[in-house]
Design a protein around this ligand. Structure first.
Ligand code: HEM
Length: 243
């Protein structure tokens, strides 16, 4: 086993532990955060079924962002949809045999990669070109966008310019899943791509990128507009009432 293989194996085990413990910790923290008030953003659905539908529209179409700002919406949605296709395409490195739908999605995954980088470029340009957005932009916003663009660009370079040994890449990652070490190809683009991916996994639970799980815990989105039909009492207030 080469030093490189060992180093990357250690890095990915470490990144996976940080990602999983960080995510679980944050979700528990969100779930425990008190939401004492009835504050759905109106007009809001009046039934739970309606709330589920509203949430689904928010997750799939970014509905409230669409209402808020069309440029941010188009770039944001293109980036996320591209990322979704790229994620599906990448599943082939981790499953064997590769399911038919994942085989069929492969070419679209490449377009997804291009769309992802274009969307990110638009989101980044907005942080320089729109005065009021530039004013509230923090260094970490640039860091996240730069990191994601570099991951996408190095991936696209591998798809279009300098190929890597995909069979060996798959062998390495499936090996890790079985706690075995298989050699990782020493191609600079691949090493950069997955080094940045490991960095992303480590940063993810502690960054603003965590907005996806956060959405489900937003009282303005996950509450039904039924304060007249049903009295809203926070769990701690209920306990006080019983005492
Ligand atoms: C451990 C995880 C990952 C591995 C092993 C991996 C590996 C690879 C490889 C080998 C390629 C070249 C594909 C080819 O030549 O056809 C590639 C492409 C690409 N990767 Fe990754 N990658 C990982 C995670 C990610 C993540 C998290 C992102 C996005 C945030 C990403 C974005 C891309 C893009 C945009 C491409 C180009 C389009 C494509 O071929 O799918 N990768 N990746």
């Amino acid at each position: 086993m080469s030093f490189l293989t060992g180093l990357y194996a250690f890095l990915f085990y470490f990144a996976t532990v940080v990602l999983l413990t960080g995510l679980i910790g944050k979700v528990v923290q969100y779930a425990r955060t008190p939401a004492p008030l009835k504050i759905p953003t109106t007009p809001a659905p009046i039934t739970t079924g309606g709330v589920v539908l509203r949430m689904a529209r928010e997750v799939v179409f970014f509905e409230s962002l669409f209402r808020g700002n069309k440029w941010t919406w188009i770039f944001g949605w293109v980036f996320h949809f591209g990322l979704f296709l790229v994620t599906l395409r990448h599943l082939r490195y981790f499953i064997d045999p590769v399911w038919l739908p994942i085989q069929m999605i492969q070419p679209f995954g490449i377009y997804g990669g291009i769309a992802m980088v274009l969307g990110l470029a638009g989101l980044w340009a907005r942080r320089f070109l729109v005065d009021r957005v530039r004013y509230i932009t923090a260094p970490s916003d640039h860091l996240m966008l730069g990191l994601l663009i570099l991951i996408g660009a190095s991936g696209l370079m591998m798809s279009f310019v300098v190929h890597t040994d995909i069979v060996a890449v798959k062998g390495f990652f499936r090996g890790l899943m079985a706690f075995e070490l298989h050699p990782l190809p020493a191609d600079p683009l691949l090493l950069m791509h997955i080094l940045l991916v490991a960095a992303l996994m480590i940063i993810f639970p502690y960054s603003k990128l965590l907005h996806a799980p956060g959405l489900f815990f937003s009282p303005t989105r996950n509450q039904a507009d039924n304060p007249r039909e049903k009295r809203h009492i926070a769990p701690w207030a209920k306990r006080l009432e019983q005492e």
